[in-house]
Design a binder for this molecule. Structure first.
Ligand code: NHX
Ligand code: ZN
Length: 346
């Protein structure tokens, strides 16, 4: 069941269903193993690396991964090819994530340009901020309901997220809207989904993660991810009107600061933004290497000051203990990237 919360407690007493086994989304290793199972009877190109595919599909379920391989097989057959290549897999990952290409949707040059600035805005903000995942792909090819999208992908599976990572994510989400404002002074309705995501994230930071000073480490409201029987999805308020006003002010503050941050980053890197737009209008889709080349000149944005949540909790000036030598060496030989990340953080 997805709803253990509504089971009769009598069912869950010892001797009945007395053990709960959560089945979560697969991690990197799990995804690789699932891909192995579903690719068994499919003709994969020899150089196709299942680990690489697993890396590109964080958050995918087993069913999503099966779908990716099926779509890739169909695309391959449709193109009269014999073997499933990485480019077929790439297209099918995009399909599963955002829907099919809409080649027939005719976009005016003016709309393509707005889309290009919007996506370049997301990507530039993500690149400039220190706690975001690398930008993997940018496209202004319409797909599903979207006119364009920007994909960031972590190098490794992450099991928890810090406040700075979330603040960067907020700014990145608003980067598209900020670019529309900076360049055209007349924002579009298209950013609705970005705004919805940013608002939900800011609300969670305030009411679930204890990441603002005015509320502190208090959980507010009943869980809104699980619908209660017969009731709608939504936030059930279990706090007073006056606390609700503070929550609203904190959400507003988080969004407002992230929006400004995004705007400032774009303003400070205007020539790179324009260059990205020129390339997008010409090539439609840019991959990781092409993106890195254009972004080489981006000014890295400074880290935020230390934060403990209260002026009476002083951040320690004494650094944490070093990561044990053994672990560091083992990681260097396997995944050099991860070591770099952990040792360079403050
Ligand atoms: C429309 N779509 O509905 C057109 C076709 C601002 C350049 N009139 O933020 O495409 O305007 O970074 C999930 C996914 C609404 C839910 C995408 C709900 C898109 C997408 C509206 C780019 N990229 N917006 C974006 C976009 C649009 C929309 C969604 C969704 C645009 C933006 C959609
Ligand atoms: Zn957007």
């Amino acid at each position: 069941t997805n709803r253990p919360d509504v089971l009769d407690p009598a069912l869950l007493r010892p001797g009945r269903f007395d053990r709960q086994i959560p089945v979560e989304r697969p991690d990197l290793k799990g995804r690789e193993a699932i891909l192995k199972v579903h690719s068994k009877n499919k003709p994969l190109a020899e150089n196709l690396d299942l680990t690489a595919i697993a890396r590109r599909t964080p958050g995918f379920t087993g069913a999503d991964l099966a779908n990716v391989l099926n779509e890739a097989a169909l695309l391959t057959a449709r193109n009269n090819e014999k073997q499933i290549t990485l480019s077929a897999i790439d297209e099918s990952i995009d399909r599963v994530m955002a829907g099919p290409q809409r080649k027939s949707r005719i976009m005016s040059e003016a709309e393509r340009r707005v889309t290009a600035y919007h996506e370049a805005g997301h990507a530039l903000v993500a690149h400039a901020l220190p706690h975001t995942d690398p930008v993997h792909k940018i496209t202004i090819m319409p797909r599903g309901r979207a006119l364009g999208y920007t994909m960031v992908l972590p190098d490794d599976d992450k099991y928890s997220t810090t406040r700075n990572q979330l603040l960067d994510q907020l700014a990145y989400s608003l980067g598209g809207r900020a670019a529309e404002e900076l360049i055209f002074h007349d924002p579009s309705t298209g950013a609705a989904n970005d705004i919805e995501k940013a608002t939900a994230l800011a609300r969670a930071m305030v009411t679930q993660y204890g990441m603002t000073e005015a509320i502190g480490a208090i959980k507010l409201g009943t869980d809104d991810s699980v619908p209660f029987m017969g009731r709608d999805y939504g936030h059930q308020r279990d706090y007073s009107e006056s606390v609700a006003a503070i929550v609203d002010a904190e959400i507003r503050g988080l969004i407002e600061r992230a929006h400004q941050e995004a705007y400032d980053i774009l303003q400070a890197n205007r020539s790179v933004l324009d260059e990205m737009v020129v390339q997008l209008l010409e090539k439609e889709t840019l991959n990781k290497e092409e993106i890195a080349e254009i972004f080489a000149k981006v000014v890295s944005w400074p880290k935020r000051p230390a934060w403990t949540g209260s002026p009476s909790r002083l951040p320690s000036t004494q650094p944490p203990v070093a990561i044990p030598e053994r672990a560091a060496v083992a990681e260097t030989t396997k995944k050099p990237r991860r070591v770099k990340k952990t040792t360079s953080s403050e």
